[in-house]
Each structure stands twice: as C-alpha cells, then as structure tokens.
Design a protein around this ligand. Structure first.
Ligand code: HEC
Ligand code: HEC
Ligand code: HEC
Ligand code: HEC
Ligand code: HEC
Ligand code: HEC
Ligand code: HEC
Ligand code: HEC
Ligand code: HEC
Ligand code: HEC
Length: 320
C-alpha cells in the first residue's frame, strides 16, 4: 500500500469533499472579502475600469473577451466583482496619478511583488474547492504564482485561462523532462490529446504525493482502468500494493509502460520457482546463450496471462 494512505488522508479527503460541496452551494463570489487587499496598494482608492482603459486600451481589448470580464461587466454578484480591473489589480488611484510608480498589484515577475502577495488577490475569490490544499502544496512552497499557470488578461488557451496553448504546454514550460517521457516508445496517450496532466495531478495541491488526484496511486489508475480493480479470487500481491511496481506512469521504452523488460521484470521478485525460472541464460539450457523458446514474445506471460489477478477457480498461478 502507498505508505501515505492512512486515516489522515481519508479524513483529509472527506473534508475536501465537504468543502467541494460547500463551494458549489455558495459560489466563490459570496466568499469575496474586499476587506483584505494585498498590502501593495494600501491607502489608494478605487477609480473604476473606465480610467484604466484610457491608458490600457490594448490590454482591455483582449481582456473583455475573457470569462472574468464578461461576468464582472454583465452580472457582478458583489462589490468586488463590480470593480473590474481593480478586483485583481487593487485600488488604482495612486498608479493612475503616477503610472511609473509600482503602486498597483502587478502579477508579472518584473512587477516585483512576492508571489504570495499576488496570490492573495486571486484567493479573495478562489479559495476552497480545487484549491483546498493550495497552502502547503509543492507549487506554493516553490513560490509559484497563480499567474505562472494562468493569464487572465487574454484567452490564450481554449479553457481555464491557462498561460500556454494547452494544459500540457503550460506544465511542460517548467517540467521539460516530462515531454521526453511522453515521447517514449510506450506512453500514456497524452501528446495524442486523450488525457492531460490534470487527469492525474491537481496542480493546486493534494493530500497525496506527488499532487495526485486520488488517495493512492492504485485508486488513480482504477479511475480509468476499472477492470484492474478486481476483486479477484486470486490476487497478485504486487498489483494490489502499487501499480508502479511494474509500470511507469508517464512513459517507458519497454512495452506496456513496463519499468523493465520481461522476463527480468518477474525475476526481480521471483528468484526461484518450481519450474526453471532462469530460462534465459541458465545452465539448464543446452546452449547457454540462447533464450528458451518458452520465453519468446511475452516471456513469463505466455503462460501466466492473468498477471493482474484471476477469477478462474484454478487460476491460482494466473494461467487463466
Ligand atoms: C495615466 C495612464 C494610466 C492609467 C490611468 C492607468 N495606467 Fe496602468 N500603466 C500605465 C503605464 C504608462 C504603465 C507602464 C509603467 C512602467 O512600465 O513603468 C502602466 C503599468 C501598469 C501595470 C503593470 C505594472 C507592472 O509593474 O508590471 C498594471 C498591472 C497596470 N498598469 C494596471 C492598471 C490599472 C488596473 C489601472 C486602472 C486602475 C491603470 N493601470 C491605470 C499607465 C496608466
Ligand atoms: C482576474 C484578475 C485580473 C483582472 C480582472 C485584470 N487583470 Fe490585468 N493582469 C492580471 C494578471 C494575472 C496579469 C499578469 C499576466 C502575465 O503574467 O502576463 C495581468 C497583467 C496586466 C498588465 C501588465 C501587462 C501585461 O499584459 O502583462 C496590465 C497593464 C493589466 N494587467 C491591466 C489590466 C486592465 C486594464 C484590466 C481591466 C480592463 C485588468 N488588467 C484586469 C490579472 C487581472
Ligand atoms: C472578484 C472575484 C475574482 C477574482 C479576484 C479572481 N477571479 Fe477568477 N473567477 C471569478 C469568477 C466569478 C469566475 C467564473 C466562475 C468560476 O469558475 O468560479 C472565475 C473564473 C476563473 C477561472 C476559470 C476561467 C474559465 O474560463 O473557466 C480561472 C482560471 C480563474 N478564475 C483564475 C483567476 C486568477 C489566476 C485570478 C488572480 C489573478 C483570479 N481568477 C481572480 C472570480 C474572480
Ligand atoms: C502549476 C500550474 C497552476 C497553478 C500554479 C495554478 N493553477 Fe489554476 N489551474 C491550472 C490548470 C492546468 C487548470 C485547469 C484544470 C482543469 O481543467 O481541470 C486550472 C484551473 C483553475 C481554475 C478553474 C477550475 C476551478 O478550479 O474552478 C481556477 C479558478 C484556478 N485554476 C485558479 C487558480 C488560482 C487562484 C491559483 C493560485 C492560487 C492557481 N489557479 C494556480 C494550473 C494552475
Ligand atoms: C513555473 C514553473 C512550473 C509550472 C508551470 C508547473 N510546475 Fe510543477 N513544479 C514546479 C516546481 C519548481 C516543482 C518542485 C520541484 C520538482 O519536483 O520539480 C514542481 C513539482 C511538481 C510535481 C511534483 C510534486 C511532488 O510532490 O514531488 C508535480 C506532480 C507537478 N509539479 C505537476 C505540475 C503540473 C501538472 C503542471 C501543469 C498544470 C505544473 N506542474 C506546472 C514548477 C512548475
Ligand atoms: C496517467 C496518470 C498521469 C499523467 C497523465 C501524468 N502523471 Fe505525473 N505522475 C503520475 C504518478 C502516478 C506519479 C508518481 C510517480 C512515483 O511516485 O514514482 C507521477 C509523478 C510526477 C512527478 C514527480 C515525480 C517525477 O517523475 O518527477 C511530476 C513532476 C509529474 N508527475 C509531472 C507530470 C506532468 C507535467 C504531466 C503532464 C505532462 C504528468 N505528470 C502527467 C501520474 C501521471
Ligand atoms: C485519465 C485516464 C487514465 C488514468 C488515470 C490512467 N490511465 Fe493508463 N491509459 C489511459 C488511456 C486512454 C490509455 C490508452 C489506451 C488505449 O489506447 O487503448 C492507457 C494505457 C495504459 C497502459 C497500456 C499502454 C500500452 O502501451 O498499451 C498501461 C500499462 C496503463 N495505461 C497503466 C496505467 C497506470 C499504471 C495508471 C496509474 C498510474 C494509469 N494507467 C492511469 C488512461 C488512463
Ligand atoms: C507484477 C507486475 C505488474 C503490476 C504490479 C501491474 N501490472 Fe499492469 N501489466 C503488467 C504486464 C507484464 C503487462 C503486459 C501484459 C501483456 O503483455 O499481456 C501489463 C499490462 C497492463 C495494461 C495494458 C494491457 C491490459 O491488460 O489492459 C494495463 C492497462 C495495466 N497493465 C494496468 C495496470 C494497473 C492499473 C495496475 C495496478 C492496479 C497494474 N497494471 C499493475 C504487469 C503488471
Ligand atoms: C514486486 C515483486 C513482484 C513482481 C515484479 C512479480 N511478482 Fe509475482 N508474486 C509476487 C508475490 C509477493 C507473490 C505472492 C507469493 C506468495 O503468495 O507466496 C507473487 C505471486 C505470483 C504467482 C503465484 C505464485 C503462487 O505460489 O501462487 C505467479 C504465477 C507470479 N507471481 C508470476 C509473476 C510473473 C509472471 C511476473 C512478471 C510479470 C511477476 N510475478 C512479477 C511478487 C512479484
Ligand atoms: C511454458 C509455460 C510457463 C512459462 C513460460 C513460465 N511458467 Fe511459471 N508456471 C507454469 C506452470 C504450469 C506452473 C505451475 C507449476 C505447479 O503448479 O507445479 C507455474 C508456476 C509458477 C509459479 C508458482 C510456483 C512456485 O514455484 O511457487 C511462479 C512464481 C512462476 N511460475 C513464475 C514464472 C516466471 C517468473 C516465469 C518467467 C521467468 C514463468 N513462470 C514462466 C508455466 C510457465
């Protein structure tokens, strides 16, 4: 079992589910608390979107097509939303008077405002739900800003205001090694568009390392490979323990995402079995260098076909 899977995780999950429901009932908007604007603009007052537009025509022309703009302009549900640009950038009077001053909440790295301060602006409306475990998450601890993954100023991506053209591109911008993994001979069909990083990871935080969207690796895999969940009459211990005993989650140069080639995969654990186990190089073969024909193709699996578990009354050796 995943060693992190314990009562604590279960409690965490229950809380997350409760929070998820609460979040849906009372939308993030009703939680909006304009009372604590980030410190960068203390003392300034709100001037309204029309003022910003006079100098930021280009930015505004892109912004008006986004979800935020449409909602804030057509159907603001509270005072904070009705403030348009200033709902994120904070009160702008000081900036409008003296634009070269840094007296505005800026979300760019050049702006110099610490990520935690920037994130406060977004978290005014977006706490809970998916972001239940943002605080303390790897991405938060690594000082990521919401704007490292989101650009609310324009519809760069088709959905969710991602910074990159797609979710995967957004993640690859920092996790470049992962692109290589998904290009291996055997891989999850991610570059083919059948799934994305967020099917398995929650970038906003999770109780399961590393940012998994389930309470264990196996629970994650069962979401799409339900037939591997069982229950089986004859279970194969390493399968129950962790799918990653044999598979890489992203990609592998061995077929079926296997961590190593067969028969070595099996021989790692099965060092001695009743029938010749050392079929590849053993002294049991006439020609010490030739592989037994019984190991051609799918190796041990030529006979032990039901490697994930068997429901056949005599499937104890996973032959059927
Ligand atoms: C009088 C013209 C003017 C007005 C009004 C104005 N800005 Fe600006 N803004 C500027 C200029 C010029 C810059 C570039 C400053 C620089 O780079 O030194 C700027 C920069 C910015 C930046 C980037 C800051 C950074 O450090 O990255 C943001 C964000 C911004 N403005 C938002 C707003 C908002 C929101 C409003 C309305 C409350 C607003 N501006 C009103 C002229 C204006
Ligand atoms: C939902 C929050 C949000 C709202 C509302 C918003 N902005 Fe922004 N703005 C951001 C973020 C985040 C960035 C940083 C984007 C980036 O990293 O490129 C940004 C960047 C900027 C910049 C810096 C230049 C740039 O594009 O990178 C300016 C200027 C700006 N915004 C002006 C405005 C104006 C004018 C409005 C209203 C018409 C507005 N913003 C509304 C979040 C917001
Ligand atoms: C004043 C409240 C408010 C603030 C501040 C705010 N948002 Fe939002 N945001 C909303 C609302 C309302 C929606 C649409 C309903 C929803 O998805 O919850 C939304 C939607 C989104 C979406 C989904 C967009 C889509 O097209 O599906 C993203 C991503 C997002 N916000 C990111 C941010 C980021 C990043 C910031 C800070 C730079 C931010 N928001 C600041 C209220 C806010
Ligand atoms: C490491 C990248 C990353 C960071 C950092 C990040 N997000 Fe996201 N966010 C995403 C991706 C990817 C999606 C799309 C998820 C999906 O479609 O299921 C998303 C979706 C969202 C949504 C829309 C779906 C929902 O949860 O309702 C909101 C709102 C949002 N993010 C807000 C934020 C806020 C606020 C922050 C900062 C506290 C933040 N995000 C930080 C990557 C990120
Ligand atoms: C701005 C850079 C940046 C972006 C964009 C980014 N990450 Fe990360 N991510 C990091 C850093 C830094 C770490 C911590 C160091 C590491 O493990 O590489 C990290 C760690 C992780 C981890 C490992 C967590 C752990 O507990 O070890 C996962 C999983 C992850 N990111 C997924 C994603 C996904 C999915 C996306 C896209 C939605 C994404 N990241 C986008 C910077 C980023
Ligand atoms: C099919 C599910 C799945 C998909 C899709 C997926 N991951 Fe993972 N990822 C996992 C699992 C499971 C682990 C845990 C591996 C371990 O514990 O050894 C992991 C581990 C990680 C880690 C931390 C350990 C490492 O290998 O560096 C990072 C970072 C990461 N994934 C990033 C990504 C990014 C970026 C994407 C999208 C391009 C992505 N993952 C897509 C399941 C997935
Ligand atoms: C979001 C859904 C999803 C999740 C979660 C998921 N998979 Fe997959 N998996 C797929 C899809 C789609 C395919 C491709 C199936 C096809 O093309 O017929 C696939 C294929 C595979 C293959 C066969 C690869 C090949 O070369 O034929 C293996 C092995 C596999 N997954 C293992 C895992 C493991 C282990 C996990 C958990 C870490 C996991 N999957 C989680 C969707 C998922
Ligand atoms: C003891 C090693 C081992 C473990 C542990 C294991 N697998 Fe496999 N898996 C294999 C082998 C070997 C193959 C190739 C089977 C073949 O060639 O017929 C395979 C193939 C697959 C395939 C693609 C073919 C098919 O049967 O659909 C999927 C999907 C898969 N495994 C998912 C999982 C999941 C999910 C888990 C965790 C519940 C898991 N595996 C655990 C050894 C393992
Ligand atoms: C991570 C270690 C591990 C790997 C890898 C592994 N196994 Fe196993 N296997 C076990 C354990 C543990 C048992 C249970 C042994 C027991 O109950 O005495 C088991 C049981 C079996 C059994 C039933 C044995 C019996 O006495 O009933 C067969 C057959 C088997 N494995 C075949 C394979 C094959 C074929 C592979 C390669 C695809 C493989 N195993 C990979 C650990 C592993
Ligand atoms: C030609 C078919 C065949 C091949 C190939 C094969 N096995 Fe077996 N295996 C069997 C049969 C039949 C039994 C049942 C023997 C018995 O019950 O006495 C068995 C039994 C087992 C057992 C359980 C018996 C014990 O000793 O505990 C394990 C474990 C096992 N095989 C592992 C492997 C591994 C690992 C490989 C690949 C190196 C492999 N087998 C290749 C046919 C095969």
């Amino acid at each position: 079992m995943n060693k992190r899977l314990g009562a604590l995780t279960l409690v965490g999950l229950a809380l997350a589910m409760l929070a998820g429901c609460a979040d849906r009932k009372s939308t993030p908007l009703q939680q909006a608390q304009p009372a604590t604007p980030p410190s960068a603009v203390a003392g300034a007052t709100y001037v309204g979107q029309a003022q910003c537009e006079t100098c930021h025509r280009l930015e505004t022309s892109h912004f008006i097509h986004t979800t935020h703009s449409r909602l804030f302009a057509s159907n603001p549900r509270n005072e904070l939303e009705a403030r348009g640009c200033e709902s994120c950038h904070g009160p702008g009077s000081a900036h409008a008077q003296n634009p070269s001053s840094k007296n505005i909440i800026a979300f760019t790295r050049e702006g110099g405002l610490p990520p935690a301060e920037q994130n406060k602006a977004c978290l005014q409306c977006h706490t809970g739900g998916e972001r239940m475990f943002w605080h303390g998450s790897v991405h938060e601890m690594q000082d990521l800003a919401c704007s490292d993954c989101h650009n609310p100023m324009a519809n760069v991506s088709a959905t969710r205001l991602e910074r990159g053209k797609s979710i995967n591109d957004t993640c690859f911008s920092c996790h470049q090694d992962k692109r290589a993994e998904f290009r291996k001979r055997s891989h999850m069909p991610l570059l083919e568009g059948k799934l994305s990083c967020v099917d398995c990871h929650n970038p906003h935080g999770s109780t399961t390392d590393p940012l998994l969207r389930a309470d264990s690796v196996n629970q994650l895999c069962y979401q799409c490979h339900a037939e591997k969940r069982g229950p089986f009459l004859w279970e194969h211990a390493p399968v129950r323990e962790n799918c990653l005993n044999c598979h890489n989650p992203h990609g592998s140069n061995h077929d079926k995402l296997l961590v190593t080639a067969r028969p070595f995969l099996c021989q790692q654990c099965h060092t001695s079995v009743r029938h010749p186990n050392d079929l590849l190089t053993g002294g049991n073969l006439a020609d010490g260098n030739a592989a037994s024909v019984r190991l051609m193709s799918r190796a041990c699996l030529s006979c032990h076909t039901q490697i994930h578990g068997s429901n056949h009354p005599s499937g104890v050796r996973f032959h059927r």
